[in-house]
Design a protein around this ligand. Structure first.
Ligand SMILES: Cc1cc2nc3c(=O)[nH]c(=O)nc-3n(C[C@H](O)[C@H](O)[C@H](O)COP(=O)(O)OP(=O)(O)OC[C@H]3O[C@@H](n4cnc5c(N)ncnc54)[C@H](O)[C@@H]3O)c2cc1C
Length: 370
């Protein structure tokens, strides 16, 4: 990649959203030059992302199919008054598989690893060390940045991937086990089985504060394993993180932060499901929307993704009310907010997860958040 002016699209940030956008462009619009610039040494952020079939339009599934290596027919939820197996196909993408797909799909001259973009302008990247690359457009996909314009709660978690000496007998993800003691907002445990003996178990909270005491969560995971009778678990890896849950805020100002009219996708553009913090559904949609463009000028892409982000923000008002209700409810009532959602029919729950509820859905769900 020569320094200077080139045609096509530059993407800063090869995490979930940037990688999917680059793969989609390379596969569907090979005539448009792209360059994906990632500061780390792998693409995709190295995380495991779980999602539901209903999160993604059928027409867009070609993008996730090669990397959705793990799949289940449905999942469990457990609350004190309602435990349920929900039939809804779900999948997991491993970070390593996304990394592999980027390297297989893009030519070596279409990406750079270990390269930090210190500034992203509408049609230019400035790299650490001073190199400038100009193109028709640049897209900022560098993950979460200044979220101060938004009123947020947090989905925070501490998880351990265990390998057990005997089968754990969990045949599909336990999306929420909220039968556990409540603490720090709404607490639940999530289990994602990767094989008969290997499973990720996460101590999760929907809370006002993003801080998490990893030692306390580790002790709570030990208790949970003992309670479930899972013995001999060797910890293969630990993860922790926080995902934003939108409650309100000034979304227009959020998009104006920094001043420049730069196209943004992923968390950088506020593309997340307000109640789960999940970004994959919007990342897939934005990747395919990008491939449908005729005009790859920076300004045009900025206007496109700003309009998409605002439309989703307006449509997801109900999810924000849901978060407000959850976070403001009396501690003893918080669990009931989610428990009532998971009493609904599976397709409606699917649309709720995807952040794509229709008018009638919103009427039904609205009754739960008043
Ligand atoms: C452990 C964990 C589990 C998760 N599970 C799920 C899940 O099941 N479902 C779900 O939807 N979401 C999940 N998430 C959240 C999901 O990973 C994030 O929402 C998602 O990664 C956001 O995508 P993004 O592309 O906006 O940002 P990221 O994936 O964070 O990507 C941003 C990329 O930009 C790079 N970067 C940053 N600054 C620069 C720079 N200056 N120059 C160049 N590159 C830069 C970073 O290295 C990174 O690779 C999980 C997150 C974690 C941490």
């Amino acid at each position: 990649m020569a320094q200077g002016k080139r045609d096509g699209v530059l993407i800063a940030g090869g995490g979930l959203a940037g990688s999917l956008a680059a793969i989609a462009m390379a596969k569907s619009r090979p005539e448009v030059p792209i360059l994906l610039v990632e500061e780390g040494d792998t693409f995709g952020g190295g995380r495991t992302t779980v999602f539901f079939e209903s999160d993604i339009d059928e027409a867009d599934r070609w993008l996730t199919e090669p990397i959705a290596t793990q799949n289940w027919e449905g999942y469990y939820v457990a609350f004190p008054g309602n435990s349920r197996k929900i039939k809804a196909p779900c999948f997991a993408i491993r970070g390593a598989d996304l990394d592999r797909l980027v390297r297989e799909t893009l030519r070596p001259d279409q990406y750079r690893l270990g390269t930090k973009a210190v500034a992203v302008r509408d049609n230019e990247l400035v790299l650490l060390g001073g190199e400038r690359i100009k193109a028709d457009a640049a897209i900022d996909a560098r993950g979460a940045a200044n979220l101060s314009m938004l009123e947020l709660g947090w989905h925070k978690y501490f998880g351990r991937e265990y390998s057990f000496s005997a089968p754990h007998r969990v045949d599909r993800p336990v999306l929420m086990d909220a039968t556990v003691d409540q603490a720090d907002g709404y607490r639940f445990v999530r289990c994602t089985p990767f094989s008969e003996t290997r499973m990720l178990v996460e101590d999760c909270y929907h809370s006002h504060a993003p801080e998490l005491d990893g030692n306390l969560s580790a002790a709570r995971l030990d208790q949970y394993l003992a309670m479930r009778g899972w013995k001999g678990g060797t910890v293969e890896r630990e993860i922790s993180g926080t995902l934003p849950l939108a409650v309100g805020g000034d979304f227009s100002s959020f998009w104006r932060v920094g001043g420049a009219r730069v196209a943004r996708i992923g968390l950088r553009g506020g593309f997340f499901q307000p109640t789960t913090g999940s970004t994959l559904p919007d990342a897939v949609r934005n990747a395919t929307v990008l491939t449908e463009q005729r005009d790859f000028a920076g300004e045009a892409l900025h206007d496109l993704f700003e309009a998409e982000a605002h439309a989703l923000w307006r449509r997801r008002e109900l999810q924000r009310s849901f978060n407000a209700t959850l976070l403001e409810a009396r501690p003893e009532d918080r669990r009931a907010v989610f428990e009532n959602v998971y009493r609904l029919d599976a397709p409606l729950i699917g649309r709720f997860h995807a952040g794509r509820t229709g008018v009638l859905d919103r009427v039904r769900l609205g009754k739960l958040v008043r």
